[in-house]
Design a protein around this ligand. Structure first.
Ligand SMILES: Nc1ncnc2c1ncn2[C@@H]1O[C@H](COP(=O)(O)OP(=O)(O)OP(=O)(O)O)[C@@H](O)[C@H]1O
Ligand SMILES: [Mg+2]
Length: 225
């Protein structure tokens, strides 16, 4: 799915990440941890070619991001569902319309996906909130809507940036269960989180590897988490 080879990233000449080596195999589940400001969001942005590495190489679905055209990148992005750290909804559109937005943007017939949308809303437990506007949602409801929007295009890879930020433990577990279900359906998952409790709880549900960013480098964290 994704391969990083000695990749690194600098913001304005200031090195942030370096020597990144990582292979995300199809169907794998990885957590990405590290302190605030370590570069978790930046690494995810590299993984969906929102940023290009300033050194080294990143291969996305077998093609180097450096040689990808705009069309190649938008094609690759259709296979990737991203849950952004700050959710980012259009506040004047209903929850359903926000979740359907990737369909509309890619020129699909949204009406042909009504049933699919209804099922997806039920799956994340937002059936009764289908017509609500984003500002009317609780934090946990927003996170579940963001997850639904990330999977509406049936992506192969899901990159989730702090998908359990600002929600209570019970809601974190609910989101984790949804991610584990997606992984069981064969999707490749990478979840950035600072919540070590979440990672520990995940061990009961999925076989996940834990990556940690420390000092600008990516390490495989020990099994003692
Ligand atoms: N566009 C940018 N320009 C300059 N510096 C940036 C930019 N985006 C992020 N940074 C810096 O890069 C570092 C890593 O940011 P990043 O958002 O990747 O961290 P993070 O690990 O996701 O943190 P958090 O846990 O708080 O979400 C931070 O010091 C941040 O200030
Ligand atoms: Mg972040």
């Amino acid at each position: 799915m994704i391969e990083l080879r000695e990749a690194g990233y600098s913001f304005g000449g200031e090195p942030l990440l370096g020597g990144l080596a990582l292979t995300l195999a199809p169907g794998s589940f990885h957590f990405l941890t590290g302190p605030s400001g370590a570069g978790k969001t930046t690494l995810l942005r590299l993984c969906y070619a929102d940023l290009l590495p300033t050194v080294g190489e990143i291969e996305l679905f077998g093609q180097s991001t450096a040689t990808m055209s705009r069309d190649d990148i938008s094609g690759a992005r259709q296979r990737i569902g991203v849950v952004h750290q700050d959710c980012q909804f259009l506040d004047h559109l209903s929850v359903t319309d926000n979740i359907a937005l990737p369909l509309a943007v890619s020129g699909r017939d949204v009406d042909a996906h009504r049933e699919n949308l209804r099922e997806l809303l039920a799956w994340v437990g937002l059936g009764p909130r289908a017509d609500a506007l984003p500002p009317e949602l609780s934090g946990g409801e927003r996170q579940r809507a963001a997850l639904a929007r990330a999977v509406i295009m049936d992506p192969d890879l899901i990159l989730a940036d702090e998908p359990t930020g600002n929600v209570d433990w019970e809601m974190s577990m609910r989101l984790l269960t949804l991610l584990a279900e997606l992984n069981r359906m064969g999707k490749t998952i990478l979840v950035a989180t600072h919540d070590l409790g979440l990672i520990r709880a995940a061990k009961a549900q999925v076989s996940a590897r834990v990556l940690r960013i420390a000092g600008g480098q990516l390490q495989l964290a020990g099994a003692d988490l």
